[in-house]
Design a protein around this ligand. Structure first.
Ligand SMILES: N[C@@H](CCC(=O)N[C@@H](CS)C(=O)NCC(=O)O)C(=O)O
Length: 225
């Protein structure tokens, strides 16, 4: 089976990008330059009318390729298609708990950052963009602290990854959200030490390191103001 993944460097699409690499999937990564607005072009809207990454195209060379959007759905699909990667637990309750964390990351933490990075998506009143950013920076810092506590708890259990011995999409999403923290004013080296240590370990996984290099990511993007 072949795939095409539309991704943007450093965006949430990192999660499926790394999963495809870890699984050894036959896929073509296609870069979308969000800063140039490529996601709003008619060509890209023909692929995803919502103008966002990621999009996973299944069987892109076939007569009926299927474009799948939404990270949580893509994660669930890749978990089913690549069972040997053991991305998610098999036991129903453990799997549901993993999905619960992923849903929270995707529907709460991720949009909190969007309020900081793209306030224009939430109000066209530019005079309140600063306030929106400031308020959501505080929320985001608290959410990263929650992730840090999750990592501390898994360290106390002496587990390698957040779900145990296997690298999961939760660890990958942690990497993305922690990087974004740098842009939101949270220095990962002085806050959330456990989380910072964890994402460096995740980034050193050979398949993840390949994707970090392909997307040319720097893990710490914090710049003091
Ligand atoms: N809920 C969506 C969120 C996707 C999303 O927010 N993508 C961002 C990048 S992290 C994007 O494409 N932003 C460009 C835009 O909205 O213009 C998902 O899970 O796929």
């Amino acid at each position: 089976m072949k795939f095409k993944l539309y991704f943007a460097p450093g965006a949430c699409s990192f999660v499926p990008h790394a999963m495809l690499q870890i699984a050894g999937a036959d896929f073509e990564p296609v870069m979308v330059k969000l800063h140039k607005g490529e996601q709003n072009s008619p060509e890209y809207h023909a692929i995803n009318p919502r103008g966002q990454v990621p999009v996973l195209v299944v069987n892109p060379e076939s007569e009926s390729p299927v474009a799948l959007t939404q990270i949580v759905a893509i994660i669930s699909y890749l978990n089913d298609v690549f069972p040997s990667a053991q991305f998610l637990p098999i036991e129903p309750l453990a799997k549901a708990r993993a999905m619960s964390t992923l849903a929270w990351m995707n529907n709460t933490v991720h949009p909190t950052f969007t309020h900081i990075f793209m306030p224009q998506k939430f109000t066209d009143n530019a005079t309140i963009h600063g306030d929106l950013g400031a308020f959501n920076r505080k929320l985001y810092a608290a959410q990263l602290a929650e992730l840090n506590a999750m990592v501390e708890a898994k360290n106390a259990r002496e587990a390698l990854y957040l779900l145990g011995s296997k690298l999961s999409p939760i660890d990958l999403y942690c990497l993305t959200l922690t990087r974004w923290g740098g842009m939101a004013g949270v220095d990962p080296t002085t806050h959330n030490a456990a989380l910072w240590g964890h994402i460096q370990m995740v980034a050193a996984h050979p398949a993840v390191a390949e994707v970090v290099a392909r997307e040319r990511l720097q893990l710490n993007v914090y710049q003091p103001s």
